[in-house]
Write a protein that binds this ligand. Structure first.
Ligand code: ADP
Ligand code: MG
Length: 790
């Protein structure tokens, strides 16, 4: 029996889900898999584990609950422990590298990434009697993968007569991907709706949609606090830095001055996870060092040491990014720290119209849990509550006493370039569904108001209805490598709730093998088709594990992984950034398909001069990119970027994108590494030395080993016309027809025998089509043995 305090008991009775305890539990007892949908705040996360506990599910095995967000896992375990009057040794949490789980743990909250890891070592999840996948509507990659895995684990456990229950919880009724996907669940699992009382929320749109939503949020909050009756305010912005800025401003404007005791503590920047992250990477690094230094003797030095995948500042060896837990808003805040001044101005403009202090609290994922918990603690006498939050407060945590919501309508997401797979954190509009969730936060205690800092036209026209599942937004090479690193061997046959494209998955596996991230596939195996089915797919290599830590497409990850030698990293970072941004060089007057000299010879000459020095020339088009970025950055520092770009055929917006990417990549490499000076973005990066340029060619080959081409041997062709036609033609590895050097290539005159190219593409010319290759670098044929696996 659970011994709850009267206060807790009273609070529970107010939660909608409590009225349905019997119904919910009957359904769960009768079905192996159940979906529970209910409004945020209806009591799903805090109450359902208690129902299960009281129904005896924790008697022999554990009750496991997964959350996509660390914040929620910690906060909910504490709340449930408190409500049940049990110690944290029994109601515990485990997030990656941190937790308080003990052998006595009965109820275990964890991030979805943690449960995935456990499946690697205990596929049947034999320690659990029930798994609750919370916040399934968020469609995080790991929760989606867990749904797929558990759809198989549950029947297996049934067969062994140690049944496992699966409960999928969602804050929305949009669950058809789970209920109607027969590959996932042959019989659709029953759905129970928790009817929640929701008070009406009046939604106010703005006439216009200001870009500076942080300043606008500040202004709106001033007004609400000065003019509107009692009730807590909840503000949604996109990231930790924005939250902290706004909190500082609001605190300064409406100071709360209690006795010294309660003085604001400084916000902690990093949680205590670092140490253990370092531990994890140490293991990986140790394994890496063990791998043999093969091939090295064969080539003349200096050359790239293929066994050297050290990250910069390797002494501390930390994880690049803990990708197993996706709290995107924490990962990076690139250069948005300059709103400060504008807000200061504002403060003078609109002096506070009230003397009532505002009790301002920040909320975001990386906040320490003591700090997080303050949103639930009593508000000091005479204050109004104001919580500034990232979208953590959208559905994961229900903040009490909220009557006003101020919604920026934005969120920080990690977007991937479809072509290159490079990701960047960008602020985008939320979906309509998210905006409506946020508005709903104002109607839990009484009728409320939601102030949207955008116009109804923007909402109608620019907000998508729903956000796409994360898994369909990630590039498949990346996803494939990550699932394989997680120990999921048959990605192709995996029952995704909403699957990524199968053909693409297959091609991704191939490319990863060529790259050396997966073991080479045995090509001419004579085994039958059924044997093939049983055959395990190629294993992940050590290099693959390092690559998977970089937030870029695996081929670029490999280039970065090999670049911590000979001071190459700044160049590789710059190159990877430049290669990733589309159309950096404008081809004025030249269509991609015209096999003629550029209309503006000037640009072409300029490019040639950027690349035309000895070894540089062999680096080819990437050298042009390096020099172009360098020169453009110099022009930028002289405030002449636009005219420089215009007269040299560069796209100035692309230069800005390259800069952001360089900052982002550099930050990710430096993240959690003590030796921070090891790498910074140097706007005036010196050209590489000749020896470095040669090494960069090797690195390009290592990353693009599947994109090698050899010049068509013209002296073996007797026909004169044919020789002329094939003057610029190359034979590429997987193509029957030769491809032609793109007209913009600085290597078009030199026509080196062996090359790697960045991109091949086909163009329709009349009835036939022609292949072109571009982004050309010359290589030495003997390097192929060393840098291209297989
Ligand atoms: P759901 O999961 O359905 O969104 P929850 O179970 O998270 O709902 O929340 C139920 C209620 O419990 C909410 O009113 C919330 O404010 C309250 N609550 C959650 N954590 C705490 C806490 N640490 N202190 C006080 N109340 C809390
Ligand atoms: Mg919840």
């Amino acid at each position: 029996p659970v011994d709850r305090s009267d206060e807790v008991q009273a609070a529970r009775l107010r939660l909608p889900i409590l009225a349905e305890e019997q119904q919910v539990m009957e359904l769960i007892n009768e079905h192996p898999i159940v979906i529970v949908a209910g409004e945020t705040g209806s009591g799903k996360t805090t109450q359902l584990p208690q129902f299960l506990y009281e129904a005896g599910y924790a008697q022999h095995k554990m009750i496991g609950i997964t959350e996509p967000r660390r914040v929620a896992a910690i906060a909910m375990s504490k709340r449930v422990a408190h409500e049940m009057n049990l110690p944290s040794s029994e109601v515990s949490y485990l997030i990656r590298f941190e937790g308080n789980v003990t052998p006595a743990t009965r109820i275990k909250f964890m991030t979805d990434g943690v449960l995935l890891k456990e499946i690697e070592t205990d596929f049947l999840l034999s320690k659990y009697s029930v798994i609750v996948l919370d916040e399934a509507h968020e469609r995080s990659v790991y929760t989606d993968i867990l749904v797929g895995l558990l759809s198989r684990i549950v029947p297996l456990r049934q067969k062994r007569s140690t049944p496992l229950k699966l409960i999928i919880m969602s804050a929305t009724l949009r669950v058809s991907d789970f209920t109607e996907n027969t590959r996932l669940f042959k019989t659709p699992p029953p759905l129970i709706k928790v009817e929640a009382r929701q008070f009406p929320v009046t939604v106010h749109f703005q006439k216009r949609t200001p870009d500076d939503y942080v300043a606008e949020a500040y202004r709106k909050t001033l007004k609400i606090h000065s003019q509107l009756p009692e009730g807590g305010i909840l503000i949604f912005v996109t990231g930790q830095q924005e939250v902290n800025q706004l909190v500082r401003k609001l605190r300064r404007t409406f100071p709360y001055k209690p006795d010294k005791e309660a003085k604001q503590q400084p916000e902690t920047k990093q949680p205590a996870v670092e140490l253990e992250q370092q531990f994890e990477l140490k293991r990986v690094m140790r394994n890496l060092r063990k791998s043999k230094k093969k091939f090295l003797a064969q080539i003349s030095l200096p050359s790239i040491n293929l066994d050297d995948y050290k990250l910069p500042g390797d002494d501390t060896e930390a994880d690049m990014h803990s990708d197993l837990e996706g709290d995107p808003e924490d990962d990076l805040d690139v250069g948005d720290d300059d709103d400060e001044l504008q807000l200061d101005d504002d403060q003078q403009l609109s002096a506070p119209g009230t003397k009532q202090p505002l009790w301002v609290l920040p909320l975001y994922s990386l906040l320490s849990s003591e700090q997080q918990n303050r949103i639930f603690e009593p508000i000091p006498e005479g204050c109004r509550l104001c919580v500034v939050s990232t979208n953590v407060a959208e559905t994961s945590l229900t903040i009490p006493h909220i009557k006003y919501v101020v919604d920026s309508g934005r969120q920080k997401t990690r977007l991937y370039d479809k072509l290159t797979g490079v990701s960047a954190f960008v602020v985008t509009y939320t979906s309509k569904a998210s905006a409506d969730q946020r508005a709903g936060r104002a109607g839990r205690v009484s009728a409320g108001h939601c102030y949207r800092l955008y116009s109804s036209a923007v909402y109608n026209d620019l907000f998508p209805e729903f956000s796409q599942p994360d898994i369909q937004q990630k590039p498949v090479d990346d996803l494939m490598l990550q699932m394989r690193c997680m120990g999921i061997d048959r990605v192709l046959h995996f029952p995704f709730p909403s699957p990524p494209d199968a053909l693409q998955l297959q091609a991704a596996e191939q490319r990863l093998s060529v790259l050396g991230a997966l073991e080479a596939t045995a090509k001419n195996s004579t085994s039958s088709a059924t044997d093939k089915e049983k055959e395990l797919p190629p294993a992940v290599t050590q290099l693959g594990r390092v690559i998977s830590r970089f937030p870029v497409a695996p081929r670029y990850g490999k280039m970065l992984a090999l670049s911590n030698q000979f001071e190459l990293l700044p160049y590789t970072v710059c190159l990877v950034a430049a290669l990733s941004v589309q159309e950096l060089l404008v081809e004025t007057g030249v269509q991609r398909d015209e096999d003629v000299a550029p209309a503006s010879n000037n640009f072409h000459k300029m490019r040639l001069s950027w690349a035309n020095h000895g070894q540089y020339q062999l680096l080819g088009d990437p050298m042009v990119l390096l020099r172009a970025v360098g020169a453009a950055e110099y022009a930028h520092s002289q405030h002449k970027l636009d005219s420089f770009c215009a007269s040299n055929g560069l796209r100035s917006k692309a230069i800005g994108e390259v800069r952001k990417l360089r900052v982002q990549l550099t930050n990710e490499i430096n993240l959690n590494v003590s030796n921070v000076e090891s790498l910074c973005v140097d706007p005036q990066l010196k050209p590489p030395t000749e020896s470095q340029a040669r090494l960069l060619r090797q690195i390009l080959l290592a990353g693009m080993g599947d994109q090698v081409a050899r010049k068509v041997p013209l002296d073996e062709i007797s026909d004169k016309d044919e020789r002329r036609r094939l003057k610029y033609a190359y034979n590429c590895a997987d193509m029957e027809e030769p491809a032609f050097l793109h007209v913009s290539s600085v290597l078009k005159q030199a026509k080196p025998e062996w090359i790697v190219y960045q991109e091949a593409y086909e163009l329709q010319q009349g009835d036939s089509s022609k292949m072109f290759i571009r982004g050309i670098t010359a290589i030495e044929p003997e390097w192929l043995l060393v840098y291209v696996p297989q």
